[in-house]
Ligand binder design. Structure first.
Ligand SMILES: [Zn+2]
Length: 369
């Protein structure tokens, strides 16, 4: 079945939306948080965990998958779904963000971007066309265009030139797409300049993508700037297409961005912070490394229904994290991923009930981020 998006409800008091994405690997209720599975695994969790948690879609990183395992292996294993034995939806980024984060190891021309493999230093090249060709080998349900990422603190001139090239590349990506069962999203750039963001949203909307991402945020701007530009950009994108805020964020970022009209998120926080012993709950963060938890028989969150909270104490998790035990990363990562899913579920319910404004204001005011 081809990709589609249905807008089920728009909140009356905020720009929040409740929607349904359909893909050939199943439906996705939005707003949705996507767990990041960089190398084929959401760190320390297996697919059985993800299914139990209710994870609807995972994200794969094209840059990493291109270098390892590479196109030949993916082709022989039935794409990324076949290789990793995951039959729910997958989204892939284009790898642009990772490549542009290597300032001394890449050369960008109008034709594409040349970069070096971090595995063997061999030169590699992505054009917009070859990037889409590779994402089609991955077989992702949602692909992203190859864009030109610059820090959000860039000068207007640099931001404008990156944006213009992003638009030309977006069109080339669109023309390179062969498999129209899967969706290709455009990415709005323009750093923190209102006129550029508006121009970018307009130019990409005219290209008629099935979905749009807000790129180039969470890379150097302040929280206030991020909030402003999320709202500003989301409001300039078509109502009837899903909107994805890339690489964001904390529970507050998510709730604030849902208020701004964003439908999709991804971030490494739930599993990455787990390693440092940071657990997220509806009453704020629990820093499990703190000495006070060494003898606490309480669960991380007594109101949480995840298996970690039903079985284990803060004292046990404190011990595992202090000793750098992988089981500790897994248990805290499981709880955090569970929490992010429940937070999204809660937001979806509040939007449908017409109570999201009150819920989100209260959450932002009372829950420590
Ligand atoms: Zn829990």
């Amino acid at each position: 079945m081809a990709f589609s998006f249905e807008l089920l409800k728009t909140d009356r008091n905020t720009a929040a939306r409740r929607g349904l994405v359909k893909t050939s690997h199943g439906d996705i209720e939005t707003p949705v948080f996507m767990s990041v599975g960089t190398f084929g695994s959401v760190r320390a969790l297996d697919h059985h965990d993800l299914e139990n948690i209710g994870v609807q879609i995972i994200l794969g990183n094209t840059y990493h998958l291109y270098l390892r395992p590479g196109a030949e292996t993916l082709k022989r294993c039935g794409g990324y779904h076949g290789l990793i034995h995951w039959n729910r939806p997958i989204l892939t980024d284009s790898g642009g963000f990772q490549i542009f984060s290597l300032p001394h190891q890449r050369v960008i021309t109008e034709n594409g971007v040349e970069f070096r493999s971090y595995l063997d230093q061999a030169p590699r090249f992505f054009s917009p066309e070859s990037n889409i060709q590779f994402q089609e080998v991955i077989g992702s349900d949602i692909m992203m265009v190859l864009d030109v990422c610059v820090p959000s603190t860039s000068s207007r001139d640099i931001a404008a030139r990156a944006m213009e090239r992003t638009h030309r590349w977006a069109l080339r990506c669109k023309n390179a797409q062969q498999n129209h069962e899967n969706a290709l999203f455009g990415i709005v750039q323009g750093a923190i300049f209102e006129d550029l963001r508006a121009e970018s949203a307009q130019a990409l909307s005219e290209m008629n993508f099935p979905g749009y991402a807000v790129g180039g945020l969470a890379v150097g701007e302040t929280d206030e700037e991020r909030e402003h530009f999320t709202l500003y950009t989301a409001g300039r994108l078509p109502q009837d297409k899903p909107r994805y805020l890339m690489g964001v964020g904390t529970p507050h970022d998510l709730v604030r961005s849902i208020r701004a009209g964003i439908d999709m998120f991804d971030c490494i926080i739930p599993t990455n912070h787990a390693r440092q012993g940071v657990a997220y709950t509806f009453s704020g963060k629990v820093k499990l490394r703190r000495a006070a938890f060494a003898v606490s028989n309480e669960p991380v969150d007594s109101s949480c229904a995840c298996f970690v909270c039903r079985r284990y104490s803060r004292a046990y998790l404190h011990q595992l994290i202090k000793c750098d035990e992988p089981t500790g990363w897994r248990l805290v990562g499981y709880h955090n991923t569970w929490f992010y899913e429940r937070l999204m579920e809660r937001c979806r319910t509040e939007i449908i009930n017409g109570t999201f404004d009150r819920f989100s204001e209260n959450f932002l005011r009372t829950v420590e981020d």
